[in-house]
Design a protein around this ligand. Sequence first.
Ligand SMILES: Cc1cc2nc3c(=O)[nH]c(=O)nc-3n(C[C@H](O)[C@H](O)[C@H](O)COP(=O)(O)OP(=O)(O)OC[C@H]3O[C@@H](n4cnc5c(N)ncnc54)[C@H](O)[C@@H]3O)c2cc1C
Length: 390
Amino acid sequence: MAIFLIVKYVNPTMAKPKLTIMPDKAQHVEITSPNDLALNKLCELLRVLANDLEFPTADGEYPWPQPQLDLCAQYGVFKWFFEEQYGGFGWSEHDLTLGYLALSAACQTTTFIITQRAGACRHIALSGNDYVQNELIPDLLSGSHFSTVGISHLTTSHRHLAQPVLRAEETEKGFVLNGFSPWVTGAVQADTIMVGAQLEDGRQILTVVPTNIPGVKTETPAHLVAFSSSHTSRVNFEEAEVDGKWLLAGPIENMMAQGTGARTGGRQTSTLAIGLAGAAIDFITAESENRPNIIPPVTALGNEWSELRGVLLASVAGKETCGIEELRQRCNNLVLRATQASLSVAKGTGFVTGHPAGRWCCEALFFMVWSCPQSVMNAQLCQLARIPSE
Ligand SMILES: Cc1cc2nc3c(=O)[nH]c(=O)nc-3n(C[C@H](O)[C@H](O)[C@H](O)COP(=O)(O)OP(=O)(O)OC[C@H]3O[C@@H](n4cnc5c(N)ncnc54)[C@H](O)[C@@H]3O)c2cc1C
């Protein structure tokens, strides 16, 4: 049976999208390696659909990229993140990095949502909790279950406050949660959220929380500078009792420093930044074919991009030539400059909503705040102030 997708074609020089219909013939081709041609096909589809996410629907809300996530499911993307023993493809860090580089150049919003989903999958796979694994992994692999993470309050958010914002109390049955998780991507869409919470004695837990249990209340998704379609919102917990069968890790002190803890400022954020910078540089390269004056800057940006991609892949392979935080700073710096260069090249046309250059600039700002460790934040500020960092 042929399935058709309604998609918009965007001419990069025009802001107005044109409706067209494209058959998705490759819907059953699973991408089993980053060299599969099907990855290019999926990225082409995501690139075309990305423009849709910039426009709110009639009710003023931004659309959740369900068609994009359905495509990813059809192409087997969700299997990349699980080992073969669970029915996944068990991609290596190297292959995942290549996969993320391709996806993120095509559609940052969809790829960002996938990173949060993959974060939940990773913790579930590492937990050794048979109940959770049997219950969730089959549907996570097929894409029929959506899980996300709410852990930033244990790493990079609300850390300056005296009290933890999400508290857990151990009961006979499990844990009662009170407080909130400030940022949860796709919370309103989620069947389960993997949250971190702190006990009174300072120990922390990571637990799956089914979103339909009493006391879990998701706020309306925030309107953001970019990625509004990621439906990121605060989730409130009022006497929400989570059964102990959902516990993934803990109670333990300093959960995030442990092997199964969530990593901040890791290579994944840098990967998505390089992916986005690549999209902007490709755009400028195409423009430079008829505009020779653009060639020197795009050549310099392209060289820097290739070098950083090499540094990233070496780092993933354990052959670090610079530390993870320095890599993050360099990637942040490049993505901000490359996207702004694309806007400069696209000129006023790029400033009209619907042109990718303007969108890329807004998306690049996210890397200044996403899971950004204090040291990267400090270096960023010093760079902006043009003073040497400590
Ligand atoms: C679009 C988006 C999606 C996200 N998705 C997720 C997700 O799915 N899961 C997840 O776990 N996390 C997610 N995050 C969280 C993200 O990774 C960071 O944790 C977050 O951006 C940190 O910002 P914050 O405003 O919460 O930081 P905070 O440090 O809490 O800062 C909040 C405010 O407090 C003030 N402040 C900060 N530090 C101090 C200080 N030392 N003294 C006094 N005042 C201070 C500042 O004025 C600041 O505006 C998301 C974030 C965004 C923006």
